[in-house]
Design a protein around this ligand. Structure first.
Ligand code: ISJ
Length: 135
């Protein structure tokens, strides 16, 4: 079959191009099972998505707060400043996070970067706590 598209003019768009997609395009990736067993799909708008993201970000911050409390507590079991950072443990935490990410389907790129940022900020936080009690 000849490709006759070009015969109809250069402005003919037979398939949405990367720059001209009707939104929303593709198929939804967020599904909820409600109480009566019916499946509902999110989302109807970008606003709805951002409201959901804001709520999740609040939950992440809550977890970070709890995590930081334990990191602070760990300082009490370190007798020297040099023993605050434990590279082997950092590696183990990262490796475990990557494996868990694969297991539950979290994009590994996100899991790796997020856990890396958590560790890279937790160690200085713990060192700061150590210093504050060591002067
Ligand atoms: C909390 C600790 O101290 C540091 C912080 C870690 C963390 O945030 O998970 C891990 C290892 C240490 O570098 C620990 O030794 O477990």
């Amino acid at each position: 079959n000849a490709n006759t598209n070009a015969c109809y003019g250069s402005n003919l768009i037979s398939a949405p191009s990367v720059d001209h997609r009707l939104v929303p395009w593709g198929t939804p990736s967020v599904h909820f099972s409600s109480l009566n067993g019916t499946l509902t799909t999110c989302c109807d708008s970008l606003d709805e998505i951002r409201t959901a993201l804001d709520d999740i970000d609040d939950q992440i911050l809550d977890l970070l707060n709890r995590r930081a409390a334990y990191v602070r507590e760990a300082t009490r079991f370190k007798s020297t400043r040099a023993s605050v950072n434990v590279p082997s443990r950092n590696e183990a935490v990262l490796k475990q996070a990557e494996q868990q990410a694969v297991h539950i389907g979290v994009p590994v790129t996100i899991a790796r970067a997020a856990m890396g940022a958590i560790l890279n900020s937790s160690v200085p936080f713990e060192q700061c706590i150590f210093d504050a009690y060591n002067q």
